[in-house]
Ligand binder design. Structure first.
Ligand code: A2P
Length: 342
């Protein structure tokens, strides 16, 4: 295993690329919250942000531009500046010797790059060659309950419909929902800029570009990434991904078929025992996971667990996760924790 060599007692040097963005800002927060052993933090963003700064542990950290030599001495670089940037910058970051934990889609399906959810496949992190990928936010929230269900009854088919928050589209998505909501309340015209259509008081059944088969890029990611993480290359997955006017947290309605029947009682048990997953399933008390209740937490929350009325070996459930935290920054920092010398 290639791990980070620096003695952790003194801390390590960490870079955050995309530090001004929604996921980058959350990464700074999580590094602080989890007391990640940071000796030095370097923050990177686009040319536009050079001259600005971000806050880490109360210190103002100046934004740097990504350039040759800027990562010398960096042990781990968290990248959340988008796929094109990840592809462009990875060789330069690697040349300076840093291990990359990338949040984008750039390397996820590369067979040499581990796609890691630490509660599920921590061992994969040992097989890296300098780059580790963090799955798509919707994949992470969906796979958290699927893994214990698979261990209990072997998954054969998954139907997943997502309800995805605007912060999944970054700071522009957050600004657009806020601006459109305010404009609507004032009776002003609502004009889309970042999303293809109005997002306030609307649902957009398109995230990412359409593929020739009619599925979107986001739906394709869910299929491919679930198969890779669960090591089930033949798993049948039917995805629909939808952008909703919610600021934070992705929710997914899942129908999961298994080879062996898993009862509702058994599912509740295996969900409850799985690290990083919490059960909120008390219909009589109207208690179930919702974005506003889950926001700010690292666990994913599962509820509405029911037998499928149309199939005797399938369950329906509802899972919600803060996609900026477990769906992005927390998962990335957990991956980095696996790289620290023990
Ligand atoms: P900037 O704020 O300078 O545009 P989000 O996902 O919330 O939209 O954030 C994207 C992040 O990626 C931001 O920090 C953004 O910086 C950064 N970014 C965008 N383009 C580049 C680039 N070409 N080089 C480095 N960082 C970039």
């Amino acid at each position: 295993m290639r791990s980070v060599d620096a003695p952790v007692a003194n801390g390590i040097t960490v870079a955050v690329v995309g530090a001004t963005g929604a996921a980058g800002q959350t990464t700074l927060k999580i590094l602080e919250e989890r007391k990640f052993p940071v000796r030095e933090l370097r923050a990177f963003a686009s040319e536009r942000s050079v001259g600005k700064s971000v806050t880490f542990k109360g210190d103002e950290i100046p934004i740097r531009r990504v350039e040759a030599g800027a990562f010398k001495g960096v042990d781990i670089a968290f990248c959340s500046a988008g796929s094109a940037q990840a592809k462009e910058y990875a060789p330069l970051i690697r040349k300076d010797g840093a291990v990359i934990v990338d949040k984008s889609n750039a390397f996820r399906m590369d067979p040499k790059v581990p796609l890691v959810v630490p509660e599920i496949n921590p061992g994969a992190a040992r097989r890296h060659d300098g780059i580790l990928s963090c799955p798509n936010c919707t994949t992470i929230v969906t796979v958290m309950p699927l893994k214990p269900l698979h261990d209990a009854g072997r998954l054969t088919r998954v139907v997943a419909t997502s309800f995805q928050a605007v912060s999944g589209a970054g700071v522009n998505g957050i600004a657009e929902l806020r601006e459109q909501t305010l404009a609507w309340a004032k009776g002003e015209a609502v004009a889309p800029r970042h999303f293809a259509h109005q997002i306030a008081f609307n649902l957009l059944p398109q995230i990412d570009a359409f593929q020739p088969d009619g599925y979107t890029g986001e739906e394709k990611k869910l299929v491919d990434e679930l198969r890779k993480i669960l090591e089930l290359p033949e798993l049948r997955v039917a995805p629909t991904t939808v952008r909703v006017p919610v600021f934070t947290c992705h929710s997914i309605a899942v129908n999961a078929e298994t080879e062996r029947k898993v009862t509702v009682a058994e599912a509740r048990q295996v969900f409850e025992r799985f690290p990083g997953l919490k059960l909120w399933d008390e219909p009589a008390q109207q208690r179930y996971p919702m974005p506003i209740a889950v926001e700010g937490q690292d666990d994913c929350f599962v509820g509405r667990i029911r037998e499928d009325l149309s199939h005797d070996r399938a369950l329906n459930f509802w899972v919600v996760g803060d996609q900026l935290r477990k769906g992005a920054a927390t998962n990335a920092v957990q991956i980095a924790e696996l790289l620290l010398p023990s």
